[in-house]
Design a protein around this ligand. Structure first.
Ligand code: UD1
Ligand code: MG
Length: 378
């Protein structure tokens, strides 16, 4: 019996430091808008209709995100994270568990959020925290002394902290799970008399503590899971962290990567055992590689299925195509949409295929265009 999960995604910030006409959360990691990563994770968690708190760029956001189940919640003025969550109150039921996520924090793993929700006591709350060697800029997690069980008593923002509190290295990721009924009451009592003149979501922690509400914490496996992107340098760092994770997943699934730092997965890749992938290969859309497939350097594979023991030689491009087992493709081959290579067929250098089926054991080894054709076996 899981409680009703109500995910609220904060995405109202303009993202001035991106120096962009696009709202910040539409900037992409692995070809997917950052906020889409967050929405996809929320859905995987069981939230059918997350709330998206937006401010700037409504038109651009709706053009990209409009065709999916979301509660669109306008925060016309950015008066703080507490004010942002308060805009979502009309869609929060008393017995909901509210999970607050951020549209510019795309790398949080599903498992981490599941752990956070599992850590949340009934009617209590749970905060995702991280320990940072350099906690500058973050809200600090204030705990009671050890003799008090080290319970969380509040969160203090960098600009409001005492010199003593600034030494605390456990910081607030911003991601937290809260009980709907109490949250609504706490948000109604927030004040903006603080260093930034904002309504801080973090102030609800001290309110909860003073009411005797239990406060738990959970930590992500990797601090990058709670990192956001304010500028394009940070965006590139998120991209690299994401790609490193994808590379590790591929290796654990049986692929040999000549250099895990020189591969880009902008979609999903399924691999059989003993796949070998050389450097600078880009995967887009949905790609399936059978057992023993070899992909040479500088290939781009998009929405394709490659059969067992086929060799894709360097500098080849394959899009919306299917290649059988024991085939050979390239170097410098281009398979365009609706190309089908049956088992044991060969396509060599400077060969382009489109809407063509190449029969079993057939070969086009040099400088050829095959379009809108069906070519028999051998
Ligand atoms: C917040 C937390 C801080 C935490 C840090 C983690 C508060 C008061 N502080 O600080 O404890 O360590 O995140 O990164 O919550 N947003 C809105 N509407 C608003 C204000 C913010 O949608 O009115 C969105 C922003 O677009 C951004 C996110 O909320 O994505 C965080 O807001 P920001 O002002 O950057 O919070 P921090 O000062 O970083
Ligand atoms: Mg701020």
């Amino acid at each position: 019996s899981f409680m009703a999960l109500n995910v609220v995604i904060l995405a109202a910030g303009k993202g001035t430091r991106m120096k962009s006409d696009l709202p910040k959360v539409l900037h992409k990691v692995a070809e997917r808008p950052m906020v889409q990563h967050v929405i996809d994770t929320a859905r995987a968690l069981g939230a059918d209709k997350p709330q998206l708190v937006y401010g700037y760029g409504a038109e651009a956001l709706q053009a990209v995100m409009g065709r999916q189940p979301l509660h669109w919640v306008l925060q016309a003025e950015q008066l703080g994270t507490g004010h942002a969550v308060a805009q979502a109150i009309p869609n929060i039921a008393d017995d909901d568990t509210v999970l607050v996520l951020y549209g510019d924090v795309p790398l949080t793993r599903l498992e981490t959020l599941q752990q956070l929700l599992a850590a949340k006591p009934a009617n209590g709350l749970a905060i995702l925290t991280v320990n940072l060697a350099n906690p500058t800029g973050y809200g600090r997690i204030v705990r009671a002394g050890e003799n008090n069980g080290g319970k969380v008593t509040g969160i203090v923002e960098q600009k409001d902290a005492t010199p003593e509190q600034l030494k605390i290295t456990e910081v607030n990721s911003g991601i937290m799970a809260l009980p709907g009924k109490q949250l609504k009451s706490w948000l109604g009592r927030l004040s903006n008399s603080n260093a930034q003149g904002e309504y801080y979501l973090t102030d609800v922690i001290a309110m909860a503590h003073s009411e005797g509400v239990e406060i738990a914490t959970a930590q992500p496996q990797n601090p990058m899971e709670v990192e956001g992107a304010n500028n394009r340098v940070q965006l590139a760092a998120l991209e690299r962290a994401y790609q490193q994770r994808k590379a590790e997943e591929l290796m654990l699934a049986g692929a040999n990567l000549r250099d895990p730092a020189r591969i880009d997965v902008r979609g999903s890749v399924e691999v059989g055992n003993d796949v070998m992938i050389d450097i600078n290969v880009i995967f887009e859309g949905k790609v399936v590689l059978g057992k023993g497939v070899t992909v040479g350097a500088n290939c781009i594979l998009k929405d394709c299925v490659i059969g067992d023991n086929t060799e894709i030689k360097p500098n080849s491009m394959i899009e919306k195509a299917s290649v059988g087992a024991d085939c050979s493709v390239g170097p410098f081959a281009r398979l365009r949409p609706d190309s089908v290579m049956l088992d044991d067929s060969h396509v060599g250098n400077f060969v382009e295929m489109k809407k063509t089926t190449l029969g079993k054991g057939s070969k086009a080894n040099h400088l050829t265009y095959l379009g809108d054709a069906v070519i028999g076996a051998k």
